[in-house]
Design a protein around this ligand. Structure first.
Ligand code: HEM
Length: 179
């Protein structure tokens, strides 16, 4: 949190932050971007399989042939913790992991939800801006862009107004999904 507040303060001191923060200004806040991505990775809002139906001709997915009409899906709470993609510390909150070289960042972005499987069955390639909480391919969220706009503007604007902290750093969170 301190690092994010420092980034915002520095941008403000340099006259790069309005109130409310504009979308354009928010695109120049790399640590904010890293925090949004890491939050979406560790806490995807839907802990459900994003289901897809294999086309009639069948498909080879992750080395396995599946016949047409098979329902496939991946739960992002599982795929977003894939150590081969995100490293041995995949369980940890580490926004700094996104401030890496472009090839690694792209590989991780692609690993959010998809783990590289969707392309194998010719679903649309994941956009670079995609983060797993909005799904991927043809049925991805149509509200994604408006939601990003809200998050990237609201969070830095709110953090300029309030000092936010947890009541206890040792308290654990209880998370659950209801359908
Ligand atoms: C933070 C906010 C939001 C989150 C996390 C979210 C997440 C999702 C997810 C995970 C899916 C399923 C994607 C898939 O199966 O690959 C979805 C689908 C969808 N979302 Fe959102 N969504 C959000 C906001 C919105 C908003 C604001 C709208 C409308 C303006 C919206 C409209 C839709 C629609 C219509 C679909 C179904 C698309 C389809 O099946 O073709 N969502 N959303």
């Amino acid at each position: 949190m301190q690092r994010l507040q420092d980034e915002l303060q520095s941008a403000k001191d340099q006259g790069r932050l309005s109130h409310p923060v504009t979308w354009k200004e928010s695109r120049d806040l790399p640590f904010l971007d890293a925090c949004v991505k890491e939050a979406g990775r560790l806490h995807p809002p839907f802990g459900l399989q994003y289901e897809r139906i294999v086309p009639d001709e069948g498909a080879k997915i992750c080395g396995h042939y599946l016949k047409g009409s098979t329902i496939v899906g991946i739960n992002p709470w599982v795929s977003h913790r894939d150590r081969a993609t995100f490293g041995q510390d995949a369980e940890a909150w580490k926004p700094g992991r996104w401030l890496c070289d472009e090839a690694t960042r792209r590989r991780m972005e692609h690993g959010l939800l998809t783990v590289g499987c969707w392309n194998a069955v010719s679903f649309s390639p994941l956009q670079l801006s995609d983060v797993g909480q909005f799904g991927a391919g043809h049925r991805s969220c149509i509200g994604k862009n408006i939601s990003y706009l809200e998050v990237y503007k609201l969070v830095p604007t709110m953090l300029q107004l309030y000092d936010v902290s947890l009541p206890s750093r040792n308290a654990s969170w209880m998370e659950y999904n209801e359908a």
